[in-house]
Design a protein around this ligand. Structure first.
Ligand code: CA
Length: 337
């Protein structure tokens, strides 16, 4: 069955030259607003012919590095800076960003588990569908800025995936490296099927993701890496002029070969990580302890690394529940081919 057109409409003209600030409007009807709309801010900067880059933040509402960097870019990028078209959506899941949460304040939807989406689905599924069927087809390269949010803290990296199309994989990997974060990652996803990433990659487009810190805030360091990375991305794919600026230290290449990179808790309690982010880990080393919070004097449960590498991500809050990811251990590799 063919899907009906998206109920979302744009107040910007994607074909017009110049800078436009507007909204993607999604009709809603609820107790607060009978004839209302979710208003998703969008900025389009176009100058003549050339490629289209889609820059997205706030796919998860509590990942502030990308949101902040794209809000800043949207207010400063000029048409004369650009060859082609830069489309900026700093808060893809606006209802989640407004709620200060990973998921939508309207329907609880996790946008990055809602692709390809549905024009007749929930608010979140409607947003996913619009990106899948309207925004991605008009784009050549997509940069989706993630970070750890409130429950994770993650080393800063540009990421791409193993893809069936070798040329598409190579072009995305080059973009992930050119983002110029301290790390570049070949990422293994726990549940790739419903990701924005997969929706973009299936259309043959170049997709680069990031992780850039976390904890539900941004820092001067994480924001500087993010802003430089967005600029590098646009330079690398020919949207703006300039030279890609790499970090002072040589970029470290990381690989997540399989699901054993993720260390998940089998206990609830008080979490102690024995390592800082970016520190090397040896297989068998104790990386975390979980303490029973209901009584004192009980020895903690120890978690040991199942592989060697570096600590690439950690749970941010000190309280942990069964099933939470405590840590991610990534493998350091010589090169990302
Ligand atoms: Ca995320």
């Amino acid at each position: 069955m063919t899907k009906r057109p998206s109920p979302i409409s744009a107040t910007v003209d994607f074909d017009a030259d110049g800078v436009q600030h507007g909204f993607l409007k999604l009709p809603i009807s609820n107790d607060e607003s009978a004839w209302g709309a979710v208003m998703i801010p969008i900025t389009v900067v176009k100058n003549g012919e050339g490629p289209t880059a889609l820059l997205t933040g706030g796919n998860h509402g509590d990942e502030y590095e990308g949101i902040t960097a794209l809000m800043k870019l949207a207010s400063t990028l000029e048409a004369t800076d650009v060859t082609g078209r830069v489309i900026i959506v700093p808060m893809m899941n606006t209802p989640a960003v407004m709620a200060g949460k990973r998921t939508s304040g309207l329907d609880g939807g996790n946008l990055n588990r809602s692709f390809p989406g549905d024009p007749d689905g929930s608010v979140t599924e409607k947003i996913a569908d619009y990106f899948t069927r309207v925004m991605v087809p008009m784009s050549d390269v997509v940069l989706d800025l993630h970070s750890g949010g409130r429950t994770l803290d993650i080393i800063p990296f540009g990421a791409s995936h193993v893809l069936e199309d070798a040329d598409q994989q190579r072009q995305a990997l080059e973009g992930a490296k050119a983002f110029g974060a301290p790390y570049a990652m070949m990422m293994f996803e726990l549940d790739a099927e419903a990701l924005f990433d997969t929706a973009v990659e299936r259309q043959g487009k170049i997709f680069v993701a990031t992780e850039l810190g976390g904890g539900g805030t941004s820092t001067p360091e994480s924001l500087a890496i993010t802003e430089r990375g967005v600029r590098n991305f646009l330079i690398h794919y020919g949207l703006i002029e300039g030279r890609v600026e790499m970090p002072a230290e040589p970029q470290v290449y990381l690989d997540m070969p399989d699901a054993s990179c993720y260390v998940q808790s089998e206990h609830s309690g008080l979490l102690e990580l024995t390592l800082a982010l970016g520190e090397p880990v040896e297989r068998g080393q104790v990386i975390a302890r979980v303490y029973d919070m209901t009584r004192s004097g009980t020895p903690p449960v120890e978690y040991r690394a199942e592989r060697s590498g570096i600590l690439a991500a950690r749970r941010f809050p000190a309280q942990v529940n069964m099933g939470d990811t405590i840590a991610v251990i990534a493998e350091v590799v010589e090169s990302l081919a």
